[in-house]
Design a protein around this ligand. Structure first.
Ligand SMILES: CC(C)(COP(=O)(O)OP(=O)(O)OC[C@H]1O[C@@H](n2cnc3c(N)ncnc32)[C@H](O)[C@@H]1OP(=O)(O)O)[C@@H](O)C(=O)NCCC(=O)NCCS
Length: 185
C-alpha cells in the first residue's frame, strides 16, 4: 500500500500524520511493537519476544517492503513527530482466488495516546482502504477480556462469529479465549 501522508486531528486537538510505512520504518515499527506488546497481554507476543537486533530489523525491513509493494495489503501508521504511536495492519486471508474477498486487520495504539480517537481513525482508514482494494469482508480476533477493543469493534459495526477457547496461555498459566469478528463492507 502506497498511501500519501495525511494530517489527522486527535480528540485533544493535536495534529498528527498518518501514512503507509515501508522498509525504512522497520526500526521505529519494532520499537512501537515492543512497547505495545509490553504494556498489555492483548498482543500476540510478549514485549521481550519482539526482537530489535540488526537481524530482526533486516527481517522486518523485508516484511514491511512486501506489504508496502502490495496494493492489497499494508501498514498504516500514525506518527507524532518521528515516532510511530499507532498502527493498523491490513493483510489478505490466504493467497488464492477463493479467499480474495477477505482481509484481516490488527491494530494498536501506544498507551499514552489511548482515548484520543486514534483507534477509531485507524479503523476508518483501514475500512476505506479495504473497500478500495476490493475486499468484501474484514476479519479480526480479539481476546475475551479486551473490553476496550471489543467496544471499538462494536462501534465500527463488527459482528461476533466465533470463539476459540484457550487461544492464549499466559506465562502465569491463565488462559484466554479469542473472539472472532467480521464486518461486511
Ligand atoms: C484498542 C485500542 C487500539 C483503542 O485505541 P484508542 O486510540 O484508545 O481508541 P479510541 O480512542 O478511538 O476509542 C475507541 C472506542 O473504544 C471503546 N472503548 C473505549 N474504552 C472502552 C471501555 N472501557 N469499554 C468498552 N469500550 C471502550 C469506545 O467505543 C471508544 O469509542 P468512543 O470514544 O467514540 O466511545 C487501544 O486500546 C490499544 O492499542 N490497546 C492495546 C492493544 C490492543 O488491545 N489492540 C487490539 C488487539 S485486538
Amino acid at each position: 500500500m502506497h498511501f500519501e501522508a495525511e494530517i489527522i486531528t486527535c480528540k485533544s486537538g493535536k495534529k498528527l500524520r498518518i501514512v503507509s510505512i515501508g522498509p525504512d520504518y522497520a526500526e521505529q515499527f519494532l520499537d512501537f511493537m515492543h512497547q505495545v506488546s509490553n504494556d498489555t497481554h492483548f498482543m500476540s507476543r510478549y514485549g521481550n519476544e519482539v526482537g530489535q537486533t540488526e537481524k530482526d530489523i533486516l527481517a522486518e525491513r523485508e516484511r514491511l517492503n512486501g506489504l508496502f509493494e502490495d496494493d492489497r495489503q499494508g501498514m498504516l501508521s500514525i506518527f507524532d513527530g518521528n515516532r510511530i504511536i499507532g498502527n493498523i495492519a491490513i493483510r489478505n486471508v490466504g493467497k488464492g482466488r477463493k479467499t480474495k474477498h477477505r482481509c484481516s486487520i490488527g491494530l494498536a495504539v501506544r498507551k499514552e495516546y489511548h482515548g484520543e480517537g486514534l483507534g477509531t481513525i485507524l479503523m476508518e482508514y483501514a475500512i476505506k482502504f479495504a473497500k478500495t482494494a476490493g475486499y468484501q469482508y474484514i476479519e479480526l480476533g480479539v481476546l475475551s477480556d479486551n473490553k476496550t477493543a471489543q467496544g471499538l469493534y462494536k462501534k465500527m459495526v463488527f459482528e461476533e462469529w466465533g470463539r476459540l477457547p484457550n487461544a492464549f496461555i499466559l506465562d502465569d498459566g491463565s488462559t484466554l479465549d479469542e473472539i472472532t469478528m467480521y464486518k461486511a463492507i
